[in-house]
Every structure is written in structure tokens, then in C-alpha cells.
Design a protein around this ligand. Sequence first.
Ligand SMILES: NC(=O)c1ccc[n+]([C@@H]2O[C@H](COP(=O)([O-])OP(=O)(O)OC[C@H]3O[C@@H](n4cnc5c(N)ncnc54)[C@H](O)[C@@H]3O)[C@@H](O)[C@H]2O)c1
Length: 383
Amino acid sequence: MAGILDRFKETLEELNVDSTRKVKVGIIGTGWIAEAHANSYKQCPDVEIVALADIIPGKAAKFAADNGLEGVRIYGSDRELIDNEPDIDAVSVCTYNRQHAPCTIYALEHGVNVLLEKPMCVTLEEAVDICRAEKASGKVLSIGFQPRFDENMKMVKRIVESGELGDVYYIQTGGGRRSGIPTPYGTSFIEDKTAGIGALADIGCYSLDMVLNAVGYPKPLTVTGITTDFFGKRPETYPGHPEYAEKFSVDDFAAAFIRLEGGITLDFRISWAMNLDTPGDTIILGTKAGMRIPSTECWNGSIGGPLKIYTKIGGVEVDTTVPEQDNHGDNFDKKIRSFVDAVKTGGAAPVPSSQIIYNQAIIDGIARSAKLGREVTIEIPEI
Ligand SMILES: NC(=O)c1ccc[n+]([C@@H]2O[C@H](COP(=O)([O-])OP(=O)(O)OC[C@H]3O[C@@H](n4cnc5c(N)ncnc54)[C@H](O)[C@@H]3O)[C@@H](O)[C@H]2O)c1
């Protein structure tokens, strides 16, 4: 019995990971999400956090003190860290979106593996530059989509891949919040100069990844999109901070109609704020069956209830409920561990840029289409 169960255990040994060698890691940008990175790296006995960087004076040092990282070297920018840490193996890029591309490219160009927070970046052009730097470096670049490690998300993909739905031809996805413009630690999510894009990229990238990953990341061909900002610009949206309304310079809602290679249509909408609880469940329609993925109140990386499959058996309409899967551990810890394993083995990136560039291309296409007021085609240059 033990022998059978052991076959299902993913151990460091099976992955050929040398658990005695410590991976030296740095964190670039010590804001909100950096703490989750630090906590997950601390769970890895074979990882040492050696350096932190933030451009706000004193912020990285305070982060070190608050997170029990005494003795860690502190720098005033990503470049200073990379230039002064020739032995570092990897960095987590935890800056706001506008700094994703420059920090990632600089690290890759200096031979450092990168775990890049989502969304990949702001524009498709930046995504292409990142992919080119990755290719030239031969290093690991993984994008920080922790829902990929959620057992229910994996089930969505397994169901599509099993063929139970037949040929998928239409997907509706998205989600969002009734009232959830993120300003917990200031305005970095709502200003163009730091975030670049609002809800469309911040939580839209998750919805897109859920369905695109399930159907094998088909190439996007054309996009018609709109973005709006009705709530972000209202002072009453920010109790205690009415001045944020003046700074709001991104979208708080986006919707789009996207044609994908293989004849799949993708209908998408996402919101940080709206006069509704949810803009709808995710549905995946196939020629043999359809699947409903209940939306969550605030897009949180998992499903909002059991998956339902609608089909016909023997000419009779049958609905099947798929039991929710036990998640065995924290998705964020798994995202960090899988990156560390890839760094140690030189293995494939757990969430590869070759897929996420399509996610970014759609976001970029929606932003472009919204600006131009018409449909746009998506062209991705050779990497
Ligand atoms: N995966 C998740 O669940 C999750 C959750 C929250 C945020 N995020 C993503 O993480 C990123 C950061 O979000 P946050 O909430 O921590 O933002 P934040 O604004 O709290 O922190 C970003 C930090 O980066 C620093 N910074 C910017 N440019 C820098 C540079 N060149 N060198 C060093 N430091 C630099 C800023 O000074 C700031 O302290 C965003 O892209 C966001 O989308 C992911």
C-alpha cells in the first residue's frame, strides 16, 4: 500500500532537486505582495533571502525588520540590487505594473532567474521585450499566477482536456467586485504612472488565465473592447481619502469580445466597481456539454462553488455536479516552491511567458480597442 501511495508523492528527490544547495533570492519592491513572497520563501528550507530593494527610502529596511529578515542586504532600486549581488540566483519582481518590464529585463540580462508578479506587464510591446530577454538569457521566468496551483482550477482544465465538453466554441468569463477599487496602501493600483492599467489587468488577467489555460492558450486574433472609469473618479469612493479621485487614471471596468484561433469566441467583462454583485459565472460551451464555473464575490483565485456540467445522455438532459476538490496546501506557497524547483533543476517555468504573452496581448488589445473605438487585430512579433 505504502508503495502505491508513494508513487503519488511529489518529493524534492523525484524532481531531482539538490536540497542541500541554498538558492539565494532577492525581492524587488517591498510593498503589499512582497510579504507573501517572503513568507513562502521562508517555508523553503533550501532558500535564503539575501537582499531586498525598494525605491522608497527606508521601506525595504522596515520590511526586513517587520518580517524577521535581519542581516539581509538592502538596496535603493532593482538595478542597485542586481549590480551588487553577483551571486544571486533569483529575484521576485513585486513592483507595481509599470516597473515589471524594466526590472525583469534588467535581472534576466544579468543572468538572474525571475518570478514576476501578475499581470505580466502593461503593454504587449513590453511583454515581447521580456520574452526576448528571457530567450537570450536562458534563465527561468515564471509569471505569478497562483490560481494555477489550485486543485479546482486544475479540475477545470482536466475536464476540458478530457474531451467531455467536445469542441469548445464559446467562453464567457470575467468577474469582479461590486465595490473594491484597491487602495489599501495608497494609490499605486489606480494611477497610470504606476499601474498603467486598472481592473482590466489587475484581476482581468486571472479570469483570462483560468479559461485560456483550460483550453490550451489559443492565439488571440481580434479584440473589440471598452473600458470605463465611472467609480474611480468619484471622491465618495474613497472614504477618508477623497483626494484619490483626482489621481485615478486607469479603468475600473472593462468588457470585450475576442476571437481566438480554433474558432473559439471569448466574451469577457471585469470590474473593480459596479452596481451589481457579479457580472456572471464563467461558462464554457462545447459541442458535447457545457460547464458552469460559479463566480466568486471578489476574484480570489478559486471557484465560487461546485462546477456544473450540462449535457444529454441517451437523449435526456443531465446535469452533473463536480465535487469541490481539497486543495492540500496554500496556492501561493506552491507558486513559490515550483519556481524554486525550476531554478534548481533548470526546468521549465511553471507558468511560462510563452502562454502569458497571449493573456497580455488580449489586455493590450482591449486597451487599444477602447482608445480607438473599434475592433483591433492582434499581431505578436517573432520572439
Ligand atoms: N499574486 C497576487 O495575489 C497579488 C496580490 C497583490 C498584488 N499583486 C501584484 O504585485 C505587484 C505589486 O503589488 P503591491 O500591492 O505589492 O504594490 P505596492 O505598490 O504595495 O508595492 C510595490 C513596491 O515596489 C516598489 N518599486 C517600484 N519600482 C521599483 C524598483 N524599480 N525597484 C525597487 N522597488 C520598486 C515601490 O516603491 C513599492 O514599494 C502588482 O503588479 C500587483 O498586481 C499580486
